[in-house]
Every structure is written in structure tokens, then in C-alpha cells.
Design a protein around this ligand. Structure first.
Ligand code: NDP
Length: 332
């Protein structure tokens, strides 16, 4: 079986050469361990940060070691009472076709609650990020205007729908007309603006007749500067991600609109999902209920084949995904 190693620390936009496929023996599980066959891998923008050798909330990836990310896997051999052959689990594991893992650290997935991939998307890291970042930090109220950037992606598409559930007016920002159409006609956003058009700033202002009460920021940079100029009194900004700067060699210097925060007494708060470790079951329960009530839709862009994992990861920075980007490695 193969593992995917980090071959270099990329400068700027990573390329396929920064990833190395390494042939390994399938490992043998010890006492209380299980052998897992990878079914789906999650590729996530934050993994770009771990490719840099800098201090952060999570240690950097090691060179010439397997990358680690969200994995959905099937138990194919069990030396633990906690799991049987055939069980499906979700965990942070190596980007490899097989893993051995300590059974006590794995989360069992209920394949009857939702399609199993939902545990890497709407019911996993991304749905929970949307849930806590929006509802705990920004707390949108009925009638308020919320703007979400990266709106057609995994986190953004859930944020917009949760804000609609709370009765807010939702404006999305995304990078293609196809995504704009999807946000308005499939997800029920009130308006959406394509940031790649020359008319972006005018289009944004036209979509915001009542200014901005909540901004859920997934991208940072110029897009966020343009939104934050429109903040209303007591606006709240959730700083979730800054993907526009993840491949920048100099880093980003934003935000550059402090004056607007002073004038409006607005609040800006960053977070990682780790802040909510104890509350995750509450988030999963709420998201599951909205899913089952048909109030929440989610889309996944699934690339087939373990060998296409780097390509799927790189696609996040080109906007090739609609909803959550996953890689299908094997059938259960
Ligand atoms: P997405 O599914 O949103 O994929 C990334 C999207 O970002 C792309 O589809 C693309 O869409 C957009 N994008 C890429 N480059 C740029 C750019 N230069 N400027 C503007 N948009 C760009 O990923 P996720 O939903 O998984 O993550 C969204 C954000 O949330 C990321 O910044 C991520 O790091 C962050 N995050 C934070 C977490 C936390 O705990 N704080 C947890 C999970 C995610 P388009 O076509 O519109 O350009």
C-alpha cells in the first residue's frame, strides 16, 4: 500500500512535486489496535499552514513523513473489543491506504444516520466550524444582514444556510458565476457576488442596502477589506480562515480597516474548532436534526483515486470544489 509524504516545504502555491507517494508494508495491529482501510480522505485548506515550519496552534508536518488529515475508514482487522470488522470510523489519520490505530482514539460512524461521507463534511470538521463560528461567535439575529466569503465551499455553504435558519438576510461571495447561481438558486441565499469580476466592489455594495451586521470571513485580504468597510454599528466578524494568504510568501498584513471597527464598535474574533472540543456533540446533534428536517443541504466534490489526492488538495486554492472536497480511495 502507499502513503503520501510531504517532500518539500512549498514556497507559494504547492505543486504535485511537493508530494511523494511511498510504498510501505501494510502494518499489523497490536493489542487494542485495529487495521483500517481508507475509504475517503478529506483535503482541507488548513493543511497548507502545517506545511510551513512555523509555530501555530498545531505542529508542522514533518518532511518525508505521511501527511495527516481527516479520514473515513473501515475496520478490516480488530484486536479491540470496541470495534468489529466492517465498522466505519472517522479520525485524523495518515494519508495512506491503510492505517493501524489505537481503537480508543477512534470515533465510530453510524452509517444509518446520514451517508457516511457526511462525517467528513456537514457533520464533521467543516459543518461544526460553521456551527460554532457563526452561532457562538457572531450570533446572527433575524432581519440582520450576514455576509459569508468562500460561500460555495464546505464551511461557507453551511454558514449561509444556518444564518437563513436564524432568519438573517444572507449574502455570499464566491469565485464563479456557476457558484453564484448555486448559492442563490440551490441554497436560497438572498444575494451572491462574484469576487473575480471587475465590478466586485460595486456589486457588493449593491447587495448590501442595509450594510453588514455579521461577516463570516473564510478568505481575508482584499475581499474582506471590501466587506468590512460596510460594517454596521455593533457588527460581529468571525475570523474563520484567510485562504487568500495561505500561499503568499510574505504573509498577509490585514485587516486594514481598523477605523471602521472604531466607528462601529464592531467585534472581530478568531477561533479554531479545538476551542469547542467539549461542545462538539451539541453541534453534531443540531446539524443532524436540521439535515433530517431538510433545512440543510450539503454538496461534496469527490475526486476518485488515492493517486489524485494532491490534485484535490491543490484544487482548493483554485476553487475547483463546490461544497466539501473529498477523495474516494476505496469502496467499503
Ligand atoms: P472550501 O471548501 O471553502 O475550499 C476553499 C475555497 O476557497 C475554494 O473553493 C475557493 O472558492 C476559495 N478560494 C481559494 N483561493 C481563494 C482566494 N485567493 N481568494 C478567495 N477565495 C479563495 O474550504 P473549507 O470550507 O474547508 O475552508 C474554508 C476556510 O475556513 C479556509 O480558510 C479554512 O482554512 C478555514 N477553516 C477554519 C477552521 C477553523 O477552525 N478556524 C476549520 C476549517 C476551515 P472560490 O471559487 O469562491 O474562489
Amino acid at each position: 500500500h502507499k502513503e503520501i509524504h510531504l517532500a518539500n516545504r512549498p514556497e507559494g502555491m504547492p505543486t504535485n512535486d511537493d508530494f511523494n507517494f511511498v510504498e510501505k508494508e501494510i502494518p499489523t495491529p497490536a493489542e487494542n489496535e485495529v487495521l483500517l482501510k481508507t475509504l475517503y480522505l478529506s483535503v482541507d485548506p488548513y493543511m497548507r499552514g502545517r506545511m510551513r515550519d512555523v509555530k501555530s496552534y498545531i505542529p508542522p508536518f514533518e518532511l518525508n513523513q505521511a501527511l495527516v488529515g481527516g479520514v473515513l475508514a473501515e475496520v478490516v482487522e480488530s484486536n479491540s473489543d470496541l470495534f468489529e470488522k466492517g465498522d466505519i470510523v472517522s479520525s485524523n489519520l495518515s494519508w495512506s491506504e491503510y492505517n493501524v490505530a489505537d481503537a480508543a482514539k477512534l470515533q465510530k460512524v453510524d452509517p444509518t444516520a446520514a451517508p457516511i461521507t457526511a462525517h467528513l463534511s456537514v457533520l464533521g470538521l467543516t459543518g461544526l466550524t460553521a456551527y460554532f463560528g457563526l452561532l457562538d461567535i457572531a450570533k446572527p439575529q433575524a432581519g440582520e444582514t450576514i455576509v459569508v466569503s468562500g460561500a460555495a465551499g464546505a464551511v461557507g455553504s453551511i454558514v449561509g444556510q444556518l444564518a437563513k435558519i436564524k432568519g438573517a438576510r444572507v449574502v455570499g461571495i464566491a469565485g464563479s458565476d456557476e457558484k453564484i447561481d448555486y448559492l442563490i438558486n440551490e441554497l436560497g441565499f438572498d444575494a451572491a457576488v462574484n469576487y473575480k469580476k471587475d465590478s466586485f466592489k460595486e456589486d457588493l455594495i449593491a447587495a448590501l442596502p442595509n450594510g453588514v451586521d455579521v461577516y463570516f470571513d473564510n478568505v481575508g485580504g482584499d475581499i474582506s477589506d471590501a466587506v468590512m468597510k460596510e460594517l454596521n454599528k455593533h457588527a460581529r466578524v468571525t475570523v474563520c480562515g484567510a485562504i487568500s494568504s495561505y500561499n503568499s510568501v510574505d504573509g498577509d498584513i490585514g485587516p486594514r480597516i481598523q477605523g471602521q471597527f472604531i466607528k462601529t464598535s464592531a467585534m472581530m474574533k478568531g477561533f479554531t474548532l479545538g476551542d469547542y472540543a467539549k461542545d462538539l456533540p451539541t453541534g453534531v446533534a443540531a446539524l443532524t436534526q436540521w439535515l433530517q428536517e431538510g433545512k440543510l443541504k450539503y454538496d461534496e466534490t469527490i475526486v476518485e483515486g488515492f493517486e489524485n489526492t494532491p490534485e484535490a488538495f491543490l484544487g482548493l486554492f483554485k476553487g475547483t470544489n463546490l461544497g466539501k472536497q473529498l477523495v474516494k480511495v476505496a469502496d467499503p
